[in-house]
Write a protein that binds this ligand. Structure first.
Ligand SMILES: *[C@@H]1O[C@H](CO)[C@@H](O)[C@H](O)[C@H]1NC(C)=O
Ligand SMILES: *[C@@H]1O[C@H](CO)[C@@H](O)[C@H](O)[C@H]1NC(C)=O
Ligand SMILES: *[C@@H]1O[C@H](CO)[C@@H](O)[C@H](O)[C@H]1NC(C)=O
Ligand SMILES: *[C@@H]1O[C@H](CO)[C@@H](O)[C@H](O)[C@H]1NC(C)=O
Ligand SMILES: *[C@@H]1O[C@H](CO)[C@@H](O)[C@H](O)[C@H]1NC(C)=O
Ligand SMILES: *[C@@H]1O[C@H](CO)[C@@H](O)[C@H](O)[C@H]1NC(C)=O
Ligand SMILES: *[C@@H]1O[C@H](CO)[C@@H](O)[C@H](O)[C@H]1NC(C)=O
Ligand SMILES: *[C@@H]1O[C@H](CO)[C@@H](O)[C@H](O)[C@H]1NC(C)=O
Ligand SMILES: CC(=O)N[C@H]1CO[C@H](CO)[C@@H](O)[C@@H]1O
Length: 590
């Protein structure tokens, strides 16, 4: 295997371009080791896979009830029927100042019988007979060792006993015929509550728990329900009302925490990239970029993740709050004021998201739609409140993409090129120092000024059309280390362009009506493919025109001496001038 560039005629490189097309068509070719290596496809990866690694922080919102739950006091006929049915677990993170004030934490919401500090899931009284023995001692045992007549594998039985060892289960909504039950419940009880009382409020009233309020972000007013004195069916309703409140409250908190971070981070981006002050960005797109990252902060691999986006998309009243389009007042913001304006956009989004909670729990149809997915019948519940950093990834990617474009920067793409391999395995001198020493890629996928996409096999670098000597190695490291990823900023732009680019508005491209959210077009930078086969001054790219100064201007310092002509190529350039052995010119990229 001696096929290295130094020993090859120009025709070889011309063939390399053809080869890359052949690879795309699934053909195999031999010998194009250096430029044409294609990474083995990663079966788990596809172009619209979310680029982020496992992002889900597993901090449970509530401690999981498990088999070690301390038993609740034995339910017996002399258990007090008063509404001591709620644990007083507060909504987790400390309420921030922009959370709606709790309506006077009512002293009538009593703490649970404090068997432990945590979830007091007591066995449902209606089932206590099933457990075979009404003595406290046997009930204690029953928590750990199900009696013979209650095989724990029988889900149908387990659903009858949400306080039992198996706890809450997503399958129980169907097993208990809950959709039907809930609709019937509403049909029979609605009239008792009066025409202005909505579903969840009516539910608590009927259960003598009128002080419970799950219709908003109001800390302490929507505690986890206890199974005591409730049928399993009613408890599943209660738990889903609570869960919907809890999950969207955690999202609300994530956005609130993101608010402070957003201004700081965007300020730092603008300071680094310094876009011309007179250019501007669209505030509606900022909102879109922020909401698109809801997708990233969902707990990876869960039932909840699988259902969440589709559920909201099926429910236009919810979707319009989660993915608001065209709702911000100001249309454009200047770079000079973007940090301050950002805060208003994020706050407006937070308020909008808080409206999702009443929208669902006030409406029987929406409630059933969300609950019957099973996604909320889980414990612990998904908690997104700590995911503020991830929530901002899309926003930051969008801002970076716009700031770079304002500076006349494009992405240089080298198709099917592993630059590290090119440097490491070329036996001949390359014409100039690429900046990648050939020691492999770092954890951000970078080597020198290049980001290598190991799924497509393409390499990317940044190219400032107004200053082709500009070296973005350090800037890219800062960006990928703090604000975005190579895949979102560079790979995403490539996929977006291949897909026809932004259509109409960013929201149309990012949030599709079919339930998919694509992060690709958050970066819509122009991607220009280096022309691997050309020594022509005019043919820098295959799909874009040449930039001013390409080749003709000569090098800044050094040069070729008397005989040669200096050839000046952009930093991050990968093409014929790098590897062509017949070029007598001396080539520089700085
Ligand atoms: C109830 O439990 C006690 C103590 O374990 C036991 O002696 C008794 O036989 C049990 N009664 C029934 C009906 O299982
Ligand atoms: C589970 O229990 C239910 C109700 O007792 C019964 O109808 C069903 O056949 C049982 N299923 C299994 C798999 O044992
Ligand atoms: C729904 O519930 C009602 C009353 O409980 C019952 O009569 C009806 O058969 C149920 N329908 C279905 C489809 O299960
Ligand atoms: C009932 O729900 C509707 C729709 O969400 C809402 O406009 C109305 O204010 C609610 N009523 C009460 C009393 O909360
Ligand atoms: C260079 O080539 C050798 C032999 O084919 C191979 O084992 C090695 O992995 C290559 N190095 C790089 C960085 O691709
Ligand atoms: C580009 O900048 C990096 C980091 O500042 C430096 O290490 C590298 O040598 C530069 N590359 C070129 C080709 O000038
Ligand atoms: C592909 O690159 C990413 C970083 O960009 C890295 O995390 C991942 O491990 C790489 N995969 C392979 C198979 O090398
Ligand atoms: C939505 O995304 C999923 C997973 O990426 C994909 O399988 C599906 O085909 C997409 N749906 C549409 C209509 O594009
Ligand atoms: C500009 C900026 O915020 N840079 C930070 C990026 O992250 C690294 C550590 O990951 C910090 O050292 C930089 O200060």
């Amino acid at each position: 295997m001696n096929l290295f560039f130094g020993a090859l005629p120009i025709a070889y490189l011309l063939a390399a371009t053809a080869f890359s097309q052949a690879v795309d068509q699934g053909n195999s070719a031999e010998g194009f080791l250096v430029l044409a290596q294609k990474a083995p496809p990663d079966p788990a990866a596809s172009s619209n896979v979310s680029p982020a690694p496992a992002l889900w922080s597993s901090i449970p919102l509530n401690p999981a009830p498990s088999s070690s739950i301390p038993p609740a006091p034995a339910p017996s006929s002399n258990v007090s029927p008063t509404p001591a049915l709620w644990s007083s677990i507060p909504l987790n993170p400390a309420p921030s100042s922009n959370i709606l004030p709790a309506p006077a934490p009512s002293s009538t919401v009593q703490p649970a019988p404090v068997a432990s500090s945590n979830v007091p899931l007591a066995p449902a009284p209606s089932n206590s007979a099933d457990q075979g023995n009404s003595s406290g001692e046997t009930l204690v045992l029953a928590q750990n060792t199900p009696p013979d007549n209650e095989p724990s594998s029988n889900q149908s039985l387990a659903c009858q006993n949400p306080g039992g060892v198996n706890g809450i289960d997503p399958s129980c909504w169907d097993i208990l015929d809950m959709s039907n039950y809930t609709n019937n419940w509403w049909a029979t009880h609605q009239s008792k509550c009066g025409p202005t009382t909505n579903f969840s409020t009516c539910f608590w009233e009927v259960h003598n728990m009128g002080t419970v309020d799950c219709t908003g972000v109001r800390p302490g007013t929507c505690p986890v329900p206890s199974v005591q004195n409730m049928s399993p069916q009613d408890w599943y309703i209660a738990y889903n009302i609570y869960a919907i409140n809890q999950v969207f409250t955690s999202l609300y908190m994530a956005i609130g925490n993101a608010n402070t971070l957003a201004g700081e981070k965007v300020g730092a981006i603008v300071a680094l990239l310094d876009p011309p002050k007179r250019t501007s960005v669209l505030t509606n797109d900022i909102l879109t970029a922020l909401s698109a990252c809801i997708n990233i902060i969902l707990p990876v691999g869960t039932l909840f993740q699988r259902h969440f986006i589709a559920l909201t998309q099926q429910s236009p009243p919810v979707s319009k709050f989660l993915f608001p389009v065209g709702t911000t007042q100001s249309q454009v913001t200047q770079w000079s004021t973007i940090s301050q304006e950002l805060s208003q956009v994020v706050q407006a989004y937070q308020t909008t998201v808080s409206q999702i909670i009443p929208t669902i729990v006030n409406d029987i149809d929406l409630f059933v739609t969300f609950a019957e997915s099973g996604a909320f019948s889980v414990n612990p519940l998904p908690d997104m409140s700590g995911e503020s950093d991830k929530l901002l990834l899309g926003l930051q990617t969008y801002i970076i993409s716009k700031a770079l474009q304002a500076n006349n920067v494009i992405i240089g793409q080298s198709t099917n090129t592993d630059i590290n391999q090119l440097v490491a395995n070329s036996t001949d001198q390359l014409a100039f120092d690429t900046g990648c020493p050939g020691m492999g890629y770092n954890e951000m996928g970078m080597c020198g000024p290049f980001y290598y996409d190991n799924i497509t096999g393409n390499s990317y670098s940044l190219d400032n059309l107004g200053d082709m000597r500009k070296n973005y190695t350090e800037d890219l490291s800062i960006m990928f280390g703090n604000w975005t990823t190579g895949d979102m900023l560079l790979g995403g732009a490539y996929r977006c362009q291949n897909d026809g680019g932004v259509k109409g508005s960013l929201a149309n491209t990012v949030i599709s009506t079919n339930g998919n959210v694509s992060l690709d077009c958050l970066s819509d930078m122009q991607v220009c493919e280096w022309n691997l086969g050309s020594l022509d001054v005019d043919k820098e790219f295959t799909n874009c025109g040449s930039q001013t100064g390409y080749v003709v201007n000569g090098c800044a310092s050094g040069g070729c001496g008397e005989d040669g002509t200096d050839v000046n190529v952009p930093n991050g350039y990968v093409g014929q001038y790098l590897v062509n052995p017949n070029s007598l010119d001396c080539v520089c990229n700085t």
